[in-house]
Design a protein around this ligand. Sequence first.
Ligand code: SF4
Ligand code: SF4
Length: 442
Amino acid sequence: MKKNNNENLSERARALASSAKDLGEGLLGKLLEGNPMGKAVEPGAMERLLGAGANGPGLEDCARCGSCKARCPAYEMTGNEAFSPRGRLMLLKGLAGGGPPPTDGLLGRIFSCALCGRCDASCPVGIKPTEFIYRGRDALRKFDSKRLLTRTVLRASLNRPATGVSAARFLTGLKHGLLKRLVSRLPRGISFPRRQLKNGHQVITPRKAVGRVAVFAGCSANYLMPETGEDLIGMLVAAGYEVVMPGGEVCCGMPLRGLGLEDEARRFAMKNLEIFGKLNVEAVISPCSTCVYMIKKRYPELVGGSVENAMDATEFLLSPGRLDLGPAIKKKEKADLRLIWHEPCHLKYGLGFNAEPFLGLLNIEKPKEEGCCGFGAFLTDKDTSRELLSKRLSAYEGADMVVTACPGCRIQLESGGIKTAHILEVIEEAFPGTDSGTELAG
Ligand code: SF4
Ligand code: SF4
């Protein structure tokens, strides 16, 4: 009798668990994703995956030479072919060829890529593995319940970033509870200042203009590190540039693509293109290498056009003729902090700008070994992200401060307990006269 009762109970528990799972998948799928869990890859997403090579070499053109593996931080970490760019391409090829339904293992391999883009810069055939990985994530999205909450929160926050930041600021003030735990999953380097850089259309004009530029702030500089954006604007004005900050800028879309939200990323890209693509300016400058990389180099595959004159702030300011390099050398003698350089992957491999020739002038040391900080995997694979970060922290041991050109890298490095600075702050300190003292209203 007792045994029968136990059997009944376990049957009921199984049925309950199964209906809860169905309910969870159905409801969460419908409510949060707008797309119930299914068994087949959506035709639209599959077309996008296959179309990744439409304007260049496709999956079938991979010569399997393995050059892309040489610089892949995820492959270096695991030594596993399936975590290499070549291995990921082979897995996606299987998916595109109508292979078996994706397993957790496949999802893990596609979502653990740090999207650093080092593989794109190494392929002799011209294949961009990351383009297939972005589109593969889109195709795999509805099988991927593990990152469903992250997608939902990110989508909601980026649609209303000011509200998202206010909510996060409020939640970080809470001491207990689920919401507090949710916020505590953000990297420790993230803080939520009370002001934001841009709030509508603004034009700042120097006394004597030598040119006209626009600023694409990016979400990090706009909402999390407004002081970096202020430094940039002050330096541009001091260098004689009229600075336009058109209203209406939205996220560049990179984090959305990273989570497989291609449609949303495309919508954001179209909006930015509409605003920044038609401005009459010499350059659109951003203090975030990843934003520049996205709006200049990755928009063509996404929306067929780009902000062609986008430029990284570091490259713009350090280009010949923009700053007087003389005073920096004097300042160098007074430097008392040990600064070590962290090269953002998107600056060096995505945009092809090498800051190393300027490091000596700014009294910044080259690290004993360069590498990816793992920020690109933060939203999709915490273990990969943490492991890559810990390698960076060992390489930068002994630094008083790590200097970089990407707010995302700063957030990641600070979450490992190391102090960081944007290179713009160092340039501003090193070159007296680059700070215009400009204060933004609002
Ligand atoms: S470098 Fe290019 S051709 Fe060679 S394995 Fe990687 S993706 Fe294929
Ligand atoms: S983007 Fe970076 S982590 Fe991802 S496959 Fe390419 S090299 Fe590896």
